[in-house]
Design a protein around this ligand. Structure first.
Ligand code: NAP
Length: 440
């Protein structure tokens, strides 16, 4: 045993998504026989897991298995969960700063960026930032108007979110029956008249931000033909090869796209079409979306320029998946849609920021592991002497706030899994806060 006294610091993490949990894990791993780090994790929703619950597509259950890691972190000593506690309403940042030795902001970025083109506000045009939580049973998004009474839909963006959205619209809904898709969304998708989904990127195939595993799974769709124009991929290959060594991820993406372009089609009733070099200029329609007008672009010297040519796609639904920005929290400064920080430190404060709130909406779930660990290293370096203990639980109680603890969440989780069992689903998610809060 060391003769040095044991010191306990207390850290609040705001946001129970991947970046929050990986921060907690890094703090837990940094403990020594002389250093204890107690963690309180605060989350606005009655349920934890952030994007793993309300972002990851329901037909990607493997990605969600990371929740087992989260639960291990959450059931380790010195960790407490406070769900259903909203920062700015139930507790304010300055209170947390006073109560804790350090505060970690892991609140992500949940507001969809806007195209800023005419017609974007028409009914039938929505952001992936609304559509994705709608099909994932986020309690704040159950009322999103998703009108699937049209034959064709357009998804704008060439990233993995656009691909998730396009797949969800183009899948035979029976394929979603054994998933945890929200019941209201599943019902709507079963009635969907959408048969053709266009996914449109403004730059070339070589610039797309899809990742190749996601592309490579597309030809495996059992009831959907996926069309990529071969000439667009061959032209992109020629362009990148003429510029010298082709980066590995670009080559892998182009190979995956070429193999889709060349794959056999089965005349399925449902199809997905990829269009590159297409900048949306205007969404047209009288009372709702009827058509999207695009500029046709070209690539010169790896830069994209609009030509004078245009094309249009008639459709009844447009979903934009063009990135996210953070929703501002009182007491924090923002720049470019994320919290102002230097390597995760919010300068001049005892606050730190991790995940999308820190670096913007980029990277896969695993990216947050190393990113959070780097920031937690700085946090620990900055710790001086511990503050006097001040208990969040009693503070919330005194304000009449009912929080969902880890034990309570485990009951919600078990009830959802049990409800899914009889119907061959991993779970049936609650969508109403009252139902979840009632499971005391
Ligand atoms: P993203 O990868 O940054 O893609 C955004 C897309 O929107 C880009 O193609 C971008 O084109 C386009 N865009 C931006 N502004 C536009 C505009 N004004 N007009 C037309 N297009 C515009 O973002 P994301 O798809 O939202 O994904 C966020 C992160 O989550 C990514 O790191 C992604 O890999 C990750 N994710 C991973 C998975 C998975 O692993 N399965 C699933 C979902 C999300 P430019 O390149 O031309 O700007």
């Amino acid at each position: 045993m060391s003769s040095q006294a044991r010191t306990t610091f207390r850290i609040a993490i705001v946001g129970a998504g991947p970046a929050g949990y990986f921060s907690a894990q890094a703090l837990q791993n940094a403990q020594t026989e002389n250093l204890t780090l107690e963690i309180d994790m605060i989350e606005k929703l009655p349920t934890p897991w952030g994007l793993v619950r309300s972002g990851v597509a329901p037909d990607h259950p493997k990605i969600k298995t990371v929740s087992k890691v989260f639960e291990k972190i959450a059931t380790s000593e010195g960790f407490r969960l406070f769900c259903n506690v909203e920062l700015g309403k139930d507790i304010v940042l300055s209170e947390l700063q006073e109560m804790y030795d350090a505060v970690v902001i892991a609140t992500g970025s949940s507001r969809g960026k806007k195209l800023g083109i005419p017609g974007e506000e028409l009914p039938g045009s929505l952001s992936a930032a609304d559509f994705v939580p709608w099909y994932n049973a986020h309690p704040d998004y159950t009322e999103v108007e998703v009108d699937l009474k049209c034959e064709e839909a357009v998804v704008i963006g060439a990233g993995n979110v656009a691909m998730d959205v396009a797949r969800m619209l183009a899948l035979e809904p029976r394929e979603l029956d054994p998933t945890d898709t929200a019941e209201h969304a599943l019902e709507n998708l079963h009635q969907s008249q959408v048969r053709k989904v266009h996914i449109c990127g403004r730059r070339g195939p070589e610039h797309a931000s899809f990742t190749s595993p996601e592309l490579r799974e597309l030809p495996k769709l059992e009831h959907t033909d996926v069309h990529i124009y071969q000439h667009q991929i061959l032209a992109a290959k020629e362009r990148v090869e003429s510029r010298g060594e082709v980066p590995k991820d670009v080559r892998s993406n182009l190979d995956a796209m070429l193999s889709i372009a060349e794959s056999e089609k089965y005349n399925h009733a449902r199809s997905m079409y990829f269009h590159f070099l297409a900048t949306p200029l205007e969404i047209r329609g009288n009372d709702k979306v009827e058509e999207v007008i695009f500029a046709i672009n070209e690539v010169r010297d790896d830069k994209v320029f609009a030509t004078n040519e245009k094309f249009s796609i008639k459709c009844g639904l447009v979903v934009t998946a063009i990135g996210y920005e953070s929703i501002e929290i009182n007491g924090l400064m923002y720049e470019s849609g994320r919290v102002k920080n230097v390597d995760g430190r919010i300068e001049g404060t005892n606050m730190y920021v991790v995940g999308w709130a820190k670096r913007g909406p980029s990277g896969v779930i695993g990216t947050n592991k190393s990113d959070s660990a780097d920031v937690m290293k700085l946090l620990i370096e900055d710790l001086k002497s511990p503050k006097q203990f001040s208990d969040l639980e009693s503070k919330l109680q005194s304000k009449g706030v009912i929080h969902v603890s880890q034990g309570h969440w485990e009951r919600i989780n078990a009830a959802e899994v049990a409800a899914g069992e009889g119907r061959g689903k991993p779970r049936i998610k609650f969508v109403k806060r009252e139902e979840m809060l009632g499971l005391k």
